[in-house]
Write a protein that binds this ligand. Structure first.
Ligand code: ZN
Length: 475
């Protein structure tokens, strides 16, 4: 029998709001904060406090929903998920269990240049984050930092729709790109802005029911997600092939050992005693508000479409899309070219090569446009452009560099003529060789002319004029 894996993913996206989900404590710009600096009676769960829903969090959730082609729910509501843990002072987390705000979405992922698959998104619901527990090494105590407690999260739940670790990695990457490209999430993985749980089961090929699943919790690296899945799939296949069973449980991943390990038996949802949150009225969204959040920002989905339409490979697309700086520069440059589709390729070509190797490049959209226009107008050759590109990436204008170094391409026919006559006069042997049929010697003569002009002559014009002159000499 052949055992086939099935993977589903739950992603927690921290929404990019100024304040927390249910209180006005600052969330954005906590970078230099001290532990427990941004807290209030609401987010540390003191009795008698009342939560107020953050409108911006709702709007960002709707935006994401639109891009996932999802059904935005006019009616949704909040519930309490009850469990005890030191980082959850209320003894419950406010989430949306019965009526999530988003249902039935889709995200298209590309596995290579030709193959895509459409991953179904069952639902996405709003909830609050817990505090951060810190366990100092060798100390007999733990510490809790509540700065993050109550941060707004959108949990995006996929159907068990993925068959390989690579597919899961592509899904995570694509979703990350989407939420960060539209500004709905700041995307700092180290700070837990984008973390995920992976559900894995294996079953016989062709089986209509899924096998017993395990859940890998709290990962925040695409690479480790793939490795953890590979390990876990092998483990489950080994268990089933040797007549053992897979226990439904939550497992962690040890990055150093490359292994998953048992953490606890999985709670059924019954164990959380969900019930409606009495302190927050149901969310009743007007169609007008839902429509108003229909985004006018350009998302990674549209950008990928543009790059694809220009015939660029998945690798090139990823290079530009996965680097926020390149992505932004691509969008800005295309915009000042009035979104001319013919410019997608030239812009991309400058962003994938040397640009990626320059540490903190300072290349502006207007300089990149200038560079492309100078090449197209034959003012400079592609080779010259490549030569001055590192300087342009230091913030200098292409035109200034060209002026300063006197680099303008020579296109003047009379100048080219006179240079070539001189080259021909200086190299009678080469001319004889050409006349006896040795075409290869052309390269040498062109090289001499280019040397004479310090590489500034238009190479196409040099070649054409040289051939004309030599052929005329023959007649
Ligand atoms: Zn607060």
């Amino acid at each position: 029998m052949k055992l086939i894996p099935t993977i589903g993913i739950e992603v927690h996206v921290q929404l990019n709001t100024m304040s927390k989900m249910f209180c006005s404590c600052r969330l954005s710009g906590q970078d230099d904060s001290k532990p427990n600096q941004y807290i209030c009676p609401i987010c540390i769960g003191l009795p008698g406090t009342l939560p107020t829903l953050n409108q911006k969090a709702v709007e960002l959730a709707l935006q994401i929903g639109h891009f996932l082609d999802a059904e935005i729910q006019e009616q949704s509501s909040f519930d309490r998920k009850n469990y005890f843990y030191p980082d959850l002072p209320k003894g419950y987390q406010i989430t949306q269990f019965y009526q999530p705000i988003i249902r039935n979405g889709r995200l298209t992922i590309w596995l290579d240049d030709d193959n895509s698959s459409s991953i179904k998104i069952t639902e996405a619901h709003l909830e609050e984050d817990a505090a951060k527990a810190i366990h100092p090494e060798g100390q007999p105590y733990s510490q809790i930092d509540f700065n993050r407690a109550g941060a707004p999260l959108l949990e995006i739940v996929s159907a068990p729709d993925m068959a390989t670790p690579e597919e899961a990695k592509r899904y995570l990457t694509e979703l990350y790109l989407l939420v960060t490209s539209i500004g709905a999430c700041q995307g700092d993985m180290q700070k837990g802005h984008f973390k995920f749980d992976l559900n894995i089961s294996v079953a016989e090929e062709g089986s209509t029911t899924l096998g017993t699943r395990t859940e890998l919790k709290n990962l925040n690296s695409f690479r480790f997600a793939k490795k953890a899945l590979e390990y876990e799939i092998d483990r489950q296949i080994y268990l089933l092939s040797s007549g053992k069973i897979v226990i439904q449980e939550t497992r962690g991943y040890n990055e150093a050992e490359g292994k998953t390990f048992s953490q606890r038996n999985k709670e059924d949802s019954d164990g959380y005693r969900y019930f409606p949150e009495p302190d927050i009225p149901p969310l009743d969204l007007k169609t007008s508000l839902i429509d108003a959040t229909r985004p006018d920002t350009t998302s990674s989905i549209q950008l990928r479409g543009l790059l694809q339409s220009a015939g660029l490979s998945l690798r090139v697309q990823d290079t530009i899309l996965l680097d926020p700086k390149s992505r932004l520069l691509f969008m800005q440059t295309l915009a000042i070219f009035d979104n001319d589709p013919a410019k997608i390729k030239p812009i991309s070509n400058w962003l994938i090569g040397e640009y990626q190797t320059i540490e903190s490049p300072n290349l502006s959209a207007s300089h990149l446009r200038q560079l492309i226009e100078l090449i197209e107008a034959s003012v400079i050759s592609n080779n010259l452009a490549k030569e001055i590109f590192p300087d342009i990436c230091q913030g200098r204008s292409p035109q200034d560099i060209i002026k300063e170094r006197g680099l303008t391409q020579i296109n003047d026919q009379s100048i080219i003529d006179s240079i070539l006559r001189q080259v021909i006069g200086n190299n009678p042997e080469a001319v004889t060789q050409y006349q006896s049929g040795e075409q290869k010697i052309l390269g040498f003569l062109i090289g001499q002319a280019m040397k004479e002009t310090k590489g500034q002559a238009n190479p196409q014009l040099i070649r054409k004029t040289l051939v004309d002159l030599l052929d005329n000499m023959l007649q």
